[in-house]
Each structure stands twice: as structure tokens, then as C-alpha cells.
Design a protein around this ligand. Sequence first.
Ligand SMILES: C[S@@+](CC[C@H](N)C(=O)[O-])C[C@H]1O[C@@H](n2cnc3c(N)ncnc32)[C@H](O)[C@@H]1O
Length: 472
Amino acid sequence: MAKTGAGFVDITAELRSRLIKLRQGTGMTRCQLAARSLVSERTIQLIEHGDRDKCQERTILKIAKGLDISFQALVDVPRAREPIHQSTAWAFSDLKTVAQRIDGFILESLRDHRSGDPDLLVRTHADLLFARLGKQGISLGDLHRQLNEPQLVRTLAQSMPAAGLKIEVESKFRELSLSAGSASIRVDNPTLLWDCHCLTPRSTSTVADCPIHSHPEGKLITKVFSTGLVEIVWRGLRFVWYRTAPLWPPSVDSFALVNDLLDAGILQADTESVLDLGSGTGFIGTAVASLNSKVRHVTFGDWLLSPALFSAVNWIRNADRFAANSFRARIGMWTDWLPLDSDPVRTHALVICNPPYLPILKGCEDLGRQSPVVGTDLLERLISNANSLGSRVILQFSNLANLEAATAAVRGGVGLEPLGDERRVPFRVAAVWEDGEYLQRLIEERGLEYCPSARHPFWHRIRTYEVVAQGH
Ligand SMILES: C[S@@+](CC[C@H](N)C(=O)[O-])C[C@H]1O[C@@H](n2cnc3c(N)ncnc32)[C@H](O)[C@@H]1O
């Protein structure tokens, strides 16, 4: 706990790292946060660099306000919490908080070892989860039941608070409608789910060009988007998400991937069992089950707890819309699931994955340690092990990771066959904004497009591929 009393707050390592993560998570530079908080940029720099061991409470309060969060959330003053009893079903908000805390710890602890021995990594991941859950009085077995028994997941879903913001996405991503209470904004021909360029560095466009912030309700919608539950509605399916590092929203690439599967006729195939690998909110697996009535079983797999929780809850909330009658929410690095399931579905007719695609460039390894969006390990494992994972393996990635994908294909003795066209989309990954050298190298070495006069200054190309036998 960081508060000292007497109007001062201890700047602990946790507080520093929480501040850095929260700031980067909202895409703000130090200078932008300083302007929003009405404190100097130097103060923020001193805190982040660990050059201050104490700070006035009112300064921390101002910074928290600049981040749109409470003072308690920034200094992590623990709330008095009911112990979680294993015999009763948990409430959604309790489990969400526990998941977020443990995920934060795992992200921080494991990122340093990403390039290490894979077996050790798998074991360390399991050990860390086990130990952290134990600290909360939760056994892995109980957690597994809570996330996999339909009745318990239904109870969880029923205890979920209402989402503050609803984003309706047109089926081909041609229009978005964002609404919070009576405030609403329509975005025609969006390029991203959150189609804002305001915080992108080197952007020469003004707020007047931003479809969100040029709108009178833009400020309110931004606040709700950043702080509460968001419901994303697509083809009548409803997915809940909230802004936190361990949980990715279905974004422009997720919709593109499912539309590519539809256009290629893959969702008409006799596909009994599907693996949604790196499931996030469970968008892909749930969408596939609703678009292919032959699907009977979906496994969601992710290495963090928040995606397992949200995948299970989002599945149950939509379950009356499809015929598939069973699902599993599994946790593990890559496809090395924790051994909790007595009856796991081992092979899948279809494996689909939308993995992280930002390469860890030589000399920029630190970035891989700072952000969960950086790293191509899942993409590479999926391609090189595709033969053992399922009958058809389909993934999407950016041209920024072409090199890693091609190398993995050679290693696995497989080919990559494009499904559908390439799409050019804005590159707006807040976590890399402050690393000018990395951005420049993406431009020079990986084909990131820099278009100074466009509303979004950086662009990349995403494409869906099927992993096929070589010579196919
Ligand atoms: C780009 S997000 C895609 C989320 C979701 N499939 C979608 O399209 O909305 C990538 C997901 O992969 C997961 N992931 C990243 N590395 C992983 C690993 N080594 N093993 C398992 N899952 C991983 C992340 O936690 C995240 O949920």
C-alpha cells in the first residue's frame, strides 16, 4: 500500500509501474498527461523514473484525474473485500478484479522470459497462476469449474453490471454507432473500432477531423469508453469488454477475419469443433458458432484469466442464438493448457487465431518487456505446429510480421495461403508511441507506411491466411 498519511504518498515500484502502464494504456505521452493533470511533465518523469520516493497526495490525485481514474485506483488502496468462498458462485465484478490483478502480475513476470526455454515458460506460467490464485484463496480447479460449468457461468453473467457504452458495428464494418444513455455518435466508414487520431504522435490532423472528439458528446463517450464496461454488438451478438491491458477488444482485424471466413465459404463446412486461440473476449469462437450451425463445440484458449472469464461469459450471453451446445474456456501458454479438464477435446476441425503481430526487433527487446501487445511467439508457434493442432488452421496477421511468419512456415514445413484481400488499416498501437526508434525501424525494415498528411499517420496491411501443406 502506497499511502503514507500526512498528505504524502510513497512512490513504490508498483505505483510507478502502474502509472506507466495506465498512461501507456490510454496512449498518452508524458507531456499529454501533464497537460491533462495540470502537473509538470518533469514531475511525471521523476515519478516514473523512480527519482522520487514520496509525492504530495494532491499531485497524485491530479495525475489520477488526468488518467480518468480514482486516487484509490492509482495508488491501489485495497478495498475491504469479502473473502471469496469456493462453495458459492462468484460475482462477476469480484472475479473480474481478481483476474485483472493476477493477469497484471503474470504479464509483468513473464514478459522478461518470452525468449526463454518454452517448457520452462509453460511451467512458470502455471506455477505463477497457481501461487497467485492461492493467495486469493482460490484453487485452480474451482476457477476452472466456475468458468466452464454452464450454470455457474450463467450466474456470473447475471451478476454482471450493465455496460455504460454500446458500440453497434455494421456487419461489414461500414458504420459504427456509439451510444451512452442519450448521447450517441455515428461514425461512417470507420477505419478502427475507436477511430480517433488525437493522441497519435506525428499526426497533423486536428480534433475537428476526429469523428469522436469533433462531436459535442465526444468527451462523455471517451470517458465511458475508458472507464466502464463496453458492449460491442455485431450481427445481433453481444460482447462485453472493458479497457485493461490483459483484455483485447474485438477490433477491425477481428471483424475482417470473420468476414474473410464467411466470404471464403469456410463457415458452411461441416465443422464440429472449433478452437479460438488467443480468444480475448471470445468474439471469434462465438461468432463462428453463430454463423455455422454445424459447429457443436468451441474451445476458447488464452494464457490470461481475463480473456477466459470474458470468453465464457460472452459465450453464455449469446448461447440462445446458436446450436453449439458445449464450450470450454482453457488457460495456458500457446496450446499447453493447464491440465484441469478430465475430458478435453484434443483435435479441432478448425483452429482460428488473431495473434499479436508486433515483432521484437533486435536492439528493441525492452519494448517486448513493457507491453503485452509486442511479440510474435503465438503466431510463430501456431504456424510451425499447425499440423498437430487441427484439420484447418486459419490466422490473420500484419505485414509487419511477414518475416516471422515466413520463417515459422519454413520451420514447420508448411505454406501460407491468403484467404481474401489485404486490408490497409491505421496502425495505432499506443504502447509503441514513445519508442521513436522502434517506430522508425518498423517504417524502414517492416513496411509500416508513414503518411504525414493522412488523418491517421501510420498504416499497415493485415491479411487472413490458411496454413496449408507445403506444395499445396
Ligand atoms: C490480438 S488479441 C485477439 C483477441 C481476439 N481473438 C479477437 O480477435 O478479438 C491476441 C490474444 O492472444 C492472446 N495471447 C497472446 N500471447 C499468447 C500466448 N503466448 N498464449 C496464449 N494466448 C496468447 C492475448 O492474451 C490476446 O487475448
